[in-house]
Write a protein of this length. Structure first.
Length: 517
């Protein structure tokens, strides 16, 4: 699905997407304009609405779209919906029919640019091609002579269409938040297409891989119930306050982390970190399920092994010397559990998957990828020296830190650090986040959940608000997205519906988050 304000470039991009990927482009605007010029009953009804820039009634458009979607070519080639759905009722009617996009692209363009684009737009009635008097003038005089202007492209009508668009767009975003990607449409059309193209190629690859590999492991009933739950969640799972989490919730996160990590590695990233603090994995809560963490690590490792990579899963060993030797509590016994876990009967353990600790001597010629389980500094002991030596030895091979805790902790006397503080912090920060998930609470509480922040590489950070629909039903609504991890202040502003004021002091219920982030 592609959406965006009038003249954000939907039609222009769709032309290129349909040409490259061979999908059927269904533009409600184009279909309606064709009905109007053919003088059909639908056209006559729609004309008045369109010419004044208003939306055509839902029932007319929805009937048109569902008929078009049922045709043979769409079933064979797939579809690209442009300009539909435009209201919550339209989104709802697609949901009812389980018609859902793989991706929802939203083009963002500033208002003044949109107005200029509309006023300068010209259409070729013969080929349907879109031109612009300045940006994309026609190729020759013959075409120029036959170009027409859309009746709804006057400045006044564009302003009113823009207002209607803004009023409606919010109501459908929560339906597609899980698959939504915002794209800056205020760049050359080729540059915009390049970004969409790489997203679609990646999506295509993910789908092919899924159908080839991972899904075979699960039995079909499991898969069905999982995808049903996933579709219902449309973004992130609900009921995250219930511990232990249901299996579907855990599987949702395992899959989410796996896809993000794979995408980052495919893009050539080699220093990565996953930060996921669902209640079962949040060390600040009173329950910390090491099994969930190790299950996540096992899924990552087996999936990379399935791709033919040799994976080394590493847990830091005891740190310090003699009577002062110790381990962070969170990791006690972890290595043993890892060794006892079920790694399948096909001899993966010991060949494609190996278990090790953290340090340069763990790095062996045959290793392809390293997964480090929650490496952390402890009082009096700093893991970063060993970690740095290990990554230096690993060179170009990917190293993934899962839930690391590399902030400085208070030292105790007699500790020798291999690097200075600044250098250690810079090293810890050199790992790029490929997956992030954190629940948001009021200051000082861990109940109720107010929202969540999620990022899955290469997409933006998504800020969700938790909404109670009825006593036992909740959902997460997408509030805003951010290119970089938002500060507590930014989160606060989004929750309060404010436009961000950079000079503003950090105040309010979320102010505390600045210290966490
Ligand atoms: P529709 O045709 O869908 O209009 P729209 O959403 O207002 O979008 P536009 O077609 O104006 O713009 P676009 O984003 O496709 O931009 P384009 O590529 O042409 O709908 C028309 C009407 O039909 C609605 O108002 C409504 O009445 C009715 N309707 C449709 N769907 C409906 C629904 N679901 N429910 C109810 N009613 C519905 O580009 C614009 C211009 O900018 C062009 O000149 C182009 O050359 C230029 N341009 C494009 N990209 C760039 C770029 N990157 N840089 C510079 N210029 C560019």
């Amino acid at each position: 699905m592609i959406s965006g304000a009038p003249a954000s470039g939907k039609g222009t991009q769709c032309e290129m997407i349909a040409q490259k990927f061979g999908v059927v482009h269904i533009s409600t605007g184009d279909i309606l304009r064709a009905e109007v010029s053919a003088g059909t009953e639908i056209g006559n009804k729609a004309k008045e609405f369109m010419n004044s820039g208003r939306l055509v009634p839902d029932e007319i458009v929805t009937a048109m779209v569902t008929t078009r979607l049922s045709l043979k070519d769409v079933k064979e080639k797939g579809w690209l919906l442009d300009g539909y759905p435009r209201s919550s009722a339209q989104a709802e009617s697609l949901e009812k029919r389980s018609i859902r996009p793989d991706i929802y692209v939203m083009l963002e363009v500033p208002d003044d640019v949109l107005i200029d684009r509309c006023v300068g737009r010209r259409l070729d009635p013969l080929t349907g091609k879109i031109y612009h008097v300045k940006n994309f003038p026609p190729e020759n005089e013959e075409i120029k002579d036959r170009l027409v202007t859309r009746p709804d492209d006057t400045e006044e009508k564009v302003k009113s269409r823009l207002e209607i668009y803004k009023r409606n767009v919010e109501s459908i975003l929560s339906t597609y938040s899980g698959v939504m990607v915002k794209i800056n449409g205020n760049r050359a059309k080729e540059v915009v297409f390049e970004e969409i193209n790489s997203l679609l190629l990646r999506l295509q690859k993910d789908k092919e891989e899924k159908s080839k590999s991972g899904e075979l492991v699960r039995n079909e009933n499991q898969l069905d119930s999982l995808s049903l739950e996933k579709n219902k969640w449309r973004g992130i799972p609900t009921k995250l306050n219930n511990i232990p989490h249901s299996r579907e919730i855990r599987e949702y996160f395992y899959e989410d982390v796996l896809q993000a990590t794979k995408r980052a590695i495919e893009d050539g990233k080699t220093r990565l970190k996953v930060e996921i603090s669902i209640p079962e994995l949040n060390p600040e809560m009173d329950v910390y399920r090491i099994g969930t963490l190790l299950e996540l690590v096992r899924i990552l490792a087996l999936s990379f092994a399935d791709d033919g990579k040799r994976v080394k899963v590493c847990v830091q060993g005891s740190m310090g010397e003699g009577a002062l030797a110790g381990m962070p509590l969170q990791l006690a016994g972890t290595r043993k559990i890892l060794e006892f876990m079920d790694w399948g009967d096909d001899g993966v353990m010991g060949t494609f998957v190996n278990i090790g600790s953290i340090g340069a001597k763990e790095v062996e010629e045959q290793d392809g990828i390293y997964i480090l389980v929650a490496p952390q500094n402890a009082v009096g002991n700093c893991i970063i020296g060993d970690l740095k030596a290990m990554t230096d030895a690993a060179a170009h091979r990917p190293v993934i830190l899962v839930n690391p805790k590399l902030r400085d902790v208070p030292g105790s006397s007699g500790i020798m650090q291999t690097m200075g503080r600044e250098e250690r912090l810079a090293y810890a920060a050199s790992f790029e986040i490929c997956y992030f998930f954190r629940l948001l609470y009021y200051y000082g509480t861990q109940y109720p959940i107010m929202g969540a922040l999620r990022m899955s590489y290469p997409y933006e950070y998504q800020l969700y608000k938790r909404v109670d629909e009825s006593p036992k039903k909740e959902k997460y609504e997408l509030l805003s997205t951010f290119e970089k991890r938002p500060s507590g202040e930014e989160i606060n502003d989004s929750f309060e519906g404010k436009v961000r004021d950079k000079a503003k002091e950090s105040k309010g219920i979320w102010g505390f988050l600045s210290s966490i982030f």
